[in-house]
Ligand binder design. Structure first.
Ligand code: SF4
Length: 247
């Protein structure tokens, strides 16, 4: 709790500087070393993991299970997930012994008021993601100072310069797999006998809601099947939300 209060008191520029220093220190460390330091030292008692239980998610979840299986794992349950994702979530959590998985949902009144016809994903996808992902996560993150994400630089042009630690004006975000590529992920799955998401073999290298995810051609940008045909490329949960001082 002391760490949280300290984080809240921190001026944005101090947060940006701390994130830059941590990024530089973490750049030469393995993903496991980064996670161990972030969970047990830098952000002790004040960090959570957000997982989509998508194509690559088992890697971070497995690492977490070896460091702290009781760490809070957040899943944004949009009510639009493939049933395979929900099954995979439950099977993986059980297999890895994760004891603190929480499903975050949209506020029921907000959902009824803004998307009574269930068409928002098509007409206003940014608002739909805001309703079902951004706001539920932000509400939960009011209690936390830092979170772990599985984003990687190789995934898309918009993530090519992803730092290992970011600061959004309020939260630190740790990206231990930022430098990993598809081969690193595949090797980790193999080395630890991790089950693949069942949709990967059907051509889904990145998996979101069923309404907004399509399979991709071999060799194409891994995230090109997300909101295919729209200008939208991110759901918004990674946008800085507490002012423009984020990195
Ligand atoms: S990915 Fe699509 S269905 Fe899911 S929350 Fe975003 S717009 Fe809505």
């Amino acid at each position: 709790m002391t760490v949280l209060i300290d984080t809240l008191k921190q001026a944005p520029s101090e947060g940006v500087q701390r994130a830059a220093e941590l990024s530089a220190r973490y750049e030469t460390m393995t993903a496991q070393e980064i996670l161990r330091d972030a969970i047990r030292n830098e952000f002790f008692g004040d960090i959570t993991l957000s997982s989509s239980f998508g194509a690559d998610s088992a890697v971070l979840l497995h690492m977490i299970s070896e460091i702290d299986p009781g760490l809070l794992v957040l899943f944004l349950d949009t009510d639009r997930h493939f049933f395979q994702t929900l099954q995979y979530r439950d099977e993986l959590a059980k297999r890895l012994g994760l004891t603190n998985l929480v499903n975050l949902k949209a506020d029921a009144e907000e959902a009824a008021a803004e998307d009574g016809k269930n068409t928002l994903w098509r007409t206003q996808p940014d608002q739909c993601c805001d309703l079902r992902k951004v706001r539920p996560l932000n509400r939960e993150m009011e209690k936390w100072g830092a979170w772990i994400s599985g984003r990687k630089r190789h995934q898309s042009a918009t993530r090519a310069k992803l730092p290992i630690v970011e600061f959004d004006g309020r939260h630190y975000k740790v990206n231990p797999l930022a430098t990993w590529n598809a081969d690193d992920i595949a090797a980790y799955f193999l080395a630890h006998d991790l089950p693949p998401h069942p949709l990967v073999e059907q051509g889904f290298p990145s998996i979101g809601c069923f309404t907004c995810t399509k399979p991709v051609e071999q060799g194409a940008d891994a995230r090109s099947g997300r909101w295919a045909g729209m200008e939208k490329v991110e759901c918004g949960i990674h946008n800085p939300i507490y002012g423009g001082d984020g990195i």
